[in-house]
Design a protein around this ligand. Structure first.
Ligand SMILES: NC(=O)c1ccc[n+]([C@@H]2O[C@H](COP(=O)([O-])OP(=O)(O)OC[C@H]3O[C@@H](n4cnc5c(N)ncnc54)[C@H](O)[C@@H]3O)[C@@H](O)[C@H]2O)c1
Length: 340
């Protein structure tokens, strides 16, 4: 296949990052349609990517309108499972945003549907394509810091996500919406599956949210024991208000690696009155811009060449299993074993 014809479903925050990349920045990709259940959003998105008339409200309409090889799923988490099953039923390859789904059972169904249909299933853990994280992983694999002992991974989001993502019932809460990437990073960098997690959290930034969402939390700390005896520490704060912050620290038997930085590589300013002022990342779009393009490029290459993606359904499932256990731990106040 020389060119992969891609449709994006869900033209919100993440959807537009993918749509713009696939339209202009991913070799051998051709964005052919965008879908959003909100007709105005679908129309606006299609206009923004220069595909007037190719913004529709249902996947079936997109498939009737044009040839499609692959579907990028960027709708709210609770819709991922039905859309992946739908895509597989139509023989479409899938790039699915994180979190893969709300439950491990849904993840198993999604993996099985894609395997039965022999279609590619890639999960959108873009840190796996981010140069600082990739460099850390390579050095780790080359034995530069000895064996991994402990991985600390954190994400702090600048502002509250859309309403559905604050409701634990439709999103699994902040640990899923914001910290899914950390759950994946700890597993990827320790090279091991989760054994047990112990989570604590609270609503310290936006206690007012509990008036309508009693389970809402905006600060969480998770300690994890991995099956190879190593440890993980995850923290999340959202809204952080100070900007977007995603970093990892990998402690090894002979050294330590740091991936990511709160400072963006912009100009620093020093004045007598203001002291030294650097630049920071305002959003995830900016911090991971290169990683999102690399992730989509990898997906298109895998589809074209029939290769298995570097990050797939089993990785998405492992993160969901750990998030579900961490949410239970947070509720019950005790450590929780993570299902194998
Ligand atoms: N990888 C990342 O860095 C990253 C960043 C942000 C969001 N995400 C993920 O992307 C997904 C979407 O998040 P978002 O913040 O873009 O959400 P959003 O609310 O901004 O956008 C979701 C869009 O999906 C549309 N939609 C809802 N239900 C639909 C349906 N049944 N059919 C078609 N369209 C539908 C909505 O109208 C909306 O336009 C989530 O899984 C989220 O976790 C990932």
């Amino acid at each position: 296949m020389d060119e992969v014809k891609v449709c994006v479903i869900g033209t919100g925050r993440a959807g537009m990052v993918h749509a713009i990349n696939l339209r202009w920045h991913v070799p051998h990709a051709r964005l052919v349609a965008v879908v959003d259940s909100d007709a105005e959003r679908a129309g606006n998105a299609a206009a923004e990517v220069g595909l007037p008339g190719k913004g529709v409200t249902r996947l079936a309409d997109a498939l009737a309108l044009t040839d499609v090889d692959a579907l990028v799923i960027t709708t709210p988490t609770f819709t991922h499972a039905p859309f992946v099953r739908d895509a597989a039923a139509h023989g479409l390859h899938v790039l699915c945003e994180k979190p893969m789904a709300l439950t491990v059972t849904e993840c198993d169904d999604m993996i099985a549907a894609c395997e039965r249909a022999s279609v590619t299933l890639q999960l959108a853990f873009m840190r796996r394509f981010d140069p600082p994280f990739v460099q850390a992983k390579r050095q780790l694999e080359a034995g530069e810091i000895g064996d991994p002992i402990m991985v600390r991974s954190l994400t702090r989001g600048p502002g509250l996500p859309p309403a559905w993502a604050n409701d634990i019932k439709t999103s699994n809460g902040m640990l899923a919406e914001v910290n899914s990437h950390d759950f994946d990073a700890v597993r990827w960098l320790t090279g091991a599956e989760y054994e047990e997690v112990h989570a604590r959290g609270g609503a310290l930034k936006r206690p007012d949210m509990r008036a309508t969402l009693p389970d809402f939390y905006d600060v969480a700390v998770v300690s994890a024991r991995m099956r190879n005896g190593t440890f993980g520490i995850i923290d999340g704060v959202c809204p952080s208000e100070y900007g977007y912050d995603a970093r990892a620290e990998i402690v090894g038997s002979r050294g330590v690696l740091f991936a990511g930085d709160i400072r963006s590589p912009g100009a620093a300013r020093v004045t007598r009155e203001g002291g030294a002022v650097g630049t920071h990342y305002a959003s995830w779009r900016e911090r991971f811009a290169e990683a999102y393009r690399a992730e989509a490029t990898h997906f298109v290459e895998c589809v074209r060449e029939g290769r298995t993606p570097a990050v797939g359904g089993r990785d998405g499932r492992a993160a969901v299993a750990a998030v579900v256990a961490a949410n239970r731990s947070l509720r019950e106040g005790t450590p929780v074993r993570v299902d194998a």
